[in-house]
Design a protein around this ligand. Structure first.
Ligand SMILES: [Zn+2]
Ligand SMILES: [Zn+2]
Length: 295
């Protein structure tokens, strides 16, 4: 049975009334975002290159020939008998019946701005992704200008630009010459403190030494501090969560194992039934042979 989705991407979308693959938007480019900064540290050149903002990839598109594509990944209904329509979720890439993939939302982290088909599990996750992409990512990619003390031992604060690296998995603290004073992997961030009063925040790391005191950044205003602190916390939470593509592969392996288990139970039951029927036939033939009455 043909899948209703444009499965063999990147083939062109079939014409007519079929579903359409959402339009990709241009990737976020740090250099362009940086032009929006009110003030760059003296002489700091704008960074360039696309940001893999969340260091995240969509789930691999499940191939039609895969055994898993024969039924809905969520409710298990088999395609082709009573349910004809099979659809791919644009986030996890698994196949679903129409009922289990009724949600639609843009996928801003993956540069998809038109509403895309989503399974019931991915729909709330996509909302959270979009919230991160709209609220925090622009600030993290364009950077925040401030003053930083890389550690408690630093003699003086330096003018810096604090922004996400190109891979999207670490925060860079760049000095006026655009050299990184510090690189903080997001997965290592254990907390972001906002000491009462002032505009300074403190980034705490799992690997920091006992006397480090954390990375101190003066953001200039309390409002800037609040925005950067929220963005760093959200980015750190995402960095610690399992990445989407691997989680999808793990779910598929689990589901394959479960289906094999169900199949072997069905096979055992079927062969037991087969044996019962054959024994019954044998009994009947013996009765006929020896003219015994059946009881
Ligand atoms: Zn379903
Ligand atoms: Zn999904």
């Amino acid at each position: 049975m043909a899948c209703l989705c444009p499965c063999m991407r990147p083939q062109p979308e079939p014409s007519g009334d079929g579903p359409r693959e959402p339009t990709p938007a241009p990737p976020v480019v740090v250099g362009e975002e940086s032009k929006l900064l009110p003030k760059q540290p003296h002489g700091a050149p704008a960074a360039t290159g696309s940001v893999r903002a969340s260091a995240m990839q969509r789930g691999k598109w499940l191939d039609e020939s895969d055994d898993l594509a024969r039924s809905c990944f969520a409710c298990g209904v088999e395609f082709g008998t009573f349910v004809d329509s099979r659809h791919h979720c644009r986030r996890c890439g698994n196949t679903f019946c129409a009922k289990c993939s009724s949600g639609r939302a843009p996928l801003l982290l993956f540069q998809v701005t038109d509403p895309a088909r989503l399974c019931d599990a991915c729909y709330p996750e996509a909302q959270a992704d979009n919230e991160f992409a709209a609220r925090h990512l622009p600030r993290l990619t364009r950077g925040t200008v401030g003053q930083a003390r890389p550690s408690a031992f630093a003699m003086a604060a330096e003018a810096v630009l604090v922004r996400l690296n190109t891979a999207g998995d670490a925060v860079l603290v760049l000095n006026a010459d655009a050299r990184p004073l510090r690189t903080v992997p997001l997965a290592d961030v254990t907390g972001v403190d906002e000491p009462a009063g002032g505009a300074t925040l403190v980034v705490r790391e799992a690997t920091e030494g006992p006397f480090s005191g954390g990375l101190k950044i003066d953001c200039g205003t309390a409002k800037e501090r609040e925005g950067l602190a929220d963005a760093l916390r959200a980015a750190a939470r995402r960095a610690r969560a399992p990445d989407l593509a691997s989680a999808v592969e793990r779910d598929r392996a689990k589901q394959k194992l479960e289906r094999r288990r169900q199949m072997s139970i069905r096979d055992r039951l079927a062969s037991a039934e087969e044996r019962r029927k054959s024994n019954s036939k044998l009994r009947d033939s013996l009765r006929d042979k020896y003219a015994l009455s059946s009881r």
